[in-house]
Ligand binder design. Structure first.
Ligand code: NDP
Length: 322
């Protein structure tokens, strides 16, 4: 029989890549959508019955119970979140309601209506904060330093508690930054690729960013959703770091993007202290050896290829406007 998957946050970056992956594997996919999910609704309509839209909200328990009842899932992937660290200071309560309490609601809905279903929870390397340990692995101590990170740390721990308390097949992917042409424009990588394309096309003359020396472990979202799927195919639920294991500064991302279009980033990029976060985590560097050994997972797209893919997509999108 066809497997059934329920994806929350289905219209976001990871939801879009995972939907493609699961449809390719013959799943029937139920996606939780909100009011801004126009493209997804069209894709569901065009899918010939493989893809369905379910309206629900992570802040509303009744709607989640109804979604689980309709989907009768074998697998649930929880991506829905207020996913911006930067916005989490100004939207701390809303962030916590969705990212922390929302996960508890999902767990309860599964426990009550589909206890055999397997859950993937999108946990974040932000939970490690300014970790003393380099690189960071599944055993690194959590030290969340933003409302976003704290909400994700609660979710991570309550998933572990449901696994231990009820024997549910629920797993956390501790994901380091992953990007793609679908990354939201509020994130630094997309700001850079959108910005360089605008400058190249004469639509802008500078790019203003925050801390250029922040170091991140950037991978490709299309690779990361494969690791998520593999986690739910294991006999035992567990937690896995998903990372590229390569660290670059924001400055290096700028240099790679501008050089690709034949520009010198130093002429155009400016750092403004107003964009620096109240507490900035300086280095993320993940050790995904457990995922490599147990899941057989390996990221395919490396840093330069990722930057070029994102710049190409923004050039193509913005060329129509130039
Ligand atoms: P996106 O921001 O692209 O997608 C998040 C989705 O959640 C959006 O579709 C949004 O819908 C939806 N959503 C927000 N609030 C609610 C709500 N109350 N009820 C239902 N849906 C809601 O994130 P990504 O795809 O990049 O990330 C997926 C997950 O992985 C997130 O949980 C994120 O925190 C986590 N993560 C991501 C990392 C990354 O580098 N991308 C790294 C580590 C963790 P709408 O647009 O309609 O508001």
């Amino acid at each position: 029989m066809r497997k059934r998957a329920l994806i929350t946050g289905v219209a976001g970056q990871d939801g879009t890549y995972l939907t493609e992956l699961l449809l390719g594997k013959g799943y029937e996919v139920f996606g939780i959508t909100g009011p801004d999910s126009g493209d997804f609704l069209q894709r569901a309509e065009d899918s010939g019955g493989a893809l369905h839209s379910v309206t629900a909200d992570l802040t509303d328990m009744e709607s989640l119970l109804a979604a689980v009842e309709v989907a009768r899932p074998d697998e649930v992937y929880n991506f829905a979140a207020q996913s911006s660290v930067g916005n989490s200071w100004s939207e701390a309560i809303a962030t916590t309601d969705v990212n922390a309490m929302g996960v508890l609601r999902i767990l309860e809905a599964i426990r009550q209506l589909a206890p055999e279903a397997r859950l993937f929870q999108a946990s974040s390397a932000e939970m490690f904060g300014n970790a003393a340990e380099m690189p960071q692995s599944e055993t690194t101590r959590l030290h969340p330093q933003s409302p976003y990170a704290a909400s994700k740390a609660y979710a991570f721990q309550v998933v572990g508690s449901y696994r231990d308390s009820y024997g549910m097949h629920v797993s956390n992917g501790i994901m380091f930054n992953h990007e793609s042409p679908l990354r939201g424009l509020q994130f630094v990588t997309r700001k850079i690729t959108d910005g360089v394309a605008r400058i190249k096309l004469g639509l802008a003359d500078e790019l203003v960013l925050g801390n250029l020396d922040a170091q991140r472990d950037w991978g490709f979202a299309g690779d990361y959703v494969e690791a998520m799927w593999l986690m739910l195919q294991q006999q035992r639920p567990d937690d896995y770091v998903i990372a590229s294991g390569e660290v670059h500064t924001v400055r290096e991302f700028c240099a790679a993007a501008f050089t690709y279009l034949g520009l010198d980033y130093e002429r155009y990029v400016r750092s403004d202290p107003r964009f620096v976060r109240p507490v900035d985590v300086h280095v993320f560097y993940g050790d995904a050896s457990k995922a490599r050994e147990v899941l057989g997972w390996e990221p395919r797209v490396r840093f330069a290829e990722l930057v070029h893919m994102m710049v190409d997509a923004d050039m193509e999108r913005l060329s129509a406007k130039a």
